[in-house]
Design a protein around this ligand. Structure first.
Ligand code: ATP
Ligand code: MG
Length: 359
């Protein structure tokens, strides 16, 4: 198992899930592994009665997670919506892991997603030799989730063409999936629900049809409210990644992480953290996820080609590629930010120099 590049949430946090189930005294919806209270505790972290510490997976408002989890106890599906890198996918994975112990019933939405991928397909060899039969039917993750009373995840719902999205309407409102070829149906077992994610920055995406919108409760995941919150998110993830990738580098000093987060926030928000100066925003996405990858890349550079300690030079190399996506416009915008803001900051001379050399 340790050969795997990445493990599912329910594998990584198996012990926490087990402990939460053992300590859970709240009421559990049918076919849920734990109570809504325990699911929220799993997501935002906390201490259990016996002193066991549950790590936070989502850093942000607890209330948002309560709304998300309570939606799943009703007959409505959950849509996690927001700008890129706001933890929609990981929240969806963790929710599925905690509620039904399995986050792998997953449909990746793309422009090419077909109705068969959402409903069911056929094993054509069997179909041709025997005609339609239960054995020849190839169920989709959605159909499996309905049968098992589990959660099906749909990533990037709005990339799926609108007419294909509509396949979900009967499933979500009548909780059944007709199989016309077999003159039968699959009725959803209690515990079944859908968690979809969608981001609002994709160009050329399809809108959610209004019929479908009514069947989803939307929870908007915001970008981290404060610099401190974002630093916590980045520190946690960078530490995890360093461990997972077995990087021989030290986890970067808090000061370095803070600088990277601050630069990303200022460019994204269009003003400096103290609110005194306006800043132009480059074209690329500059979410916490990008800050995380800049630091992980920097750590890798430092580990393999430096002395293991992350320096301004390592950060700068990783940062330029992320911030300057349009070689002309973004370079001008970022150059201006460097000369007017970064240059003036005391203690930032090393970073200024390293970045300026590369723009
Ligand atoms: N509030 C948060 N709490 C914990 N981790 C966060 C938070 N926001 C961002 N992250 C981190 O950001 C990274 C990106 O998260 P994720 O892939 O779930 O984003 P997403 O919203 O699905 O983005 P996209 O729209 O690009 O699919 C994850 O590694 C996660 O650790
Ligand atoms: Mg995602």
């Amino acid at each position: 198992m340790s050969q795997l590049l990445r493990h599912h949430a329910e594998q990584v946090f198996a012990q926490e899930i087990e402990e939460l189930i053992a300590q859970d005294t709240h009421q559990r919806p049918q076919n849920w592994k734990m109570s809504p209270w325990a699911v929220v505790t799993y997501l935002v972290g906390g201490k259990l009665q016996n002193g066991f510490a549950v790590t936070p997976k989502y850093i942000g408002q607890r209330r948002l997670m309560e709304i998300a989890v309570s939606t799943l106890t009703t007959d409505r599906a959950l849509l996690l919506y927001g700008v890129p890198g706001t933890a929609k996918s990981i929240v969806s994975e963790h929710l599925a892991a905690a509620i039904c112990g399995d986050s792998t019933r997953l449909i990746q939405g793309t422009a090419g997603t077909s109705e068969e991928q959402i409903r069911y397909g056929w094993n054509y060899a069997l179909l041709l030799s025997q005609g339609p039969s239960d054995a020849a039917l190839v169920p989709s993750p959605l159909m499996n989730a309905m049968r098992d009373g589990a959660i099906c995840r749909i990533e990037e719902l709005t990339r799926i063409p609108a007419d294909v999205q509509d396949t979900l309407i009967t499933v979500l409102s009548e909780k059944t999936m007709p199989v016309a070829e077999l003159n039968s149906e699959v009725q959803a077992v209690r515990g079944f629900s859908v968690i979809a994610t969608a981001n609002n920055r994709d160009k050329g995406v399809n809108e959610l049809s209004s019929a479908l919108k009514r069947r989803f409760n939307t929870v908007i995941l915001p970008v981290p409210a404060s610099e401190d919150e974002e630093v916590r998110i980045v520190v946690q993830r960078v530490t995890e990644m360093g461990r997972a990738l077995e990087l021989p580098a030290e986890v970067p000093a808090l000061k370095e992480i803070r600088r990277v987060v601050q630069i990303f926030r200022e460019l994204r928000n269009g003003h400096t953290e103290d609110g005194r100066s306006k800043v132009k925003t480059p074209s690329g996405t500059l979410s916490s996820a990008e800050a995380i990858s800049v630091l992980t890349n920097g750590m890798s550079l430092a580990a393999h080609f430096g002395d293991g300690e992350l320096r301004a030079d390592d950060i700068a190399s990783a940062m330029i590629g992320t911030i300057v996506q349009d070689p002309v416009q973004d370079a001008v915008v970022f150059g201006e930010y460097l000369d007017t803001i970064v240059k003036e900051r005391s203690g930032w001379a090393d970073l200024y120099r390293a970045l300026r050399e590369r723009v």
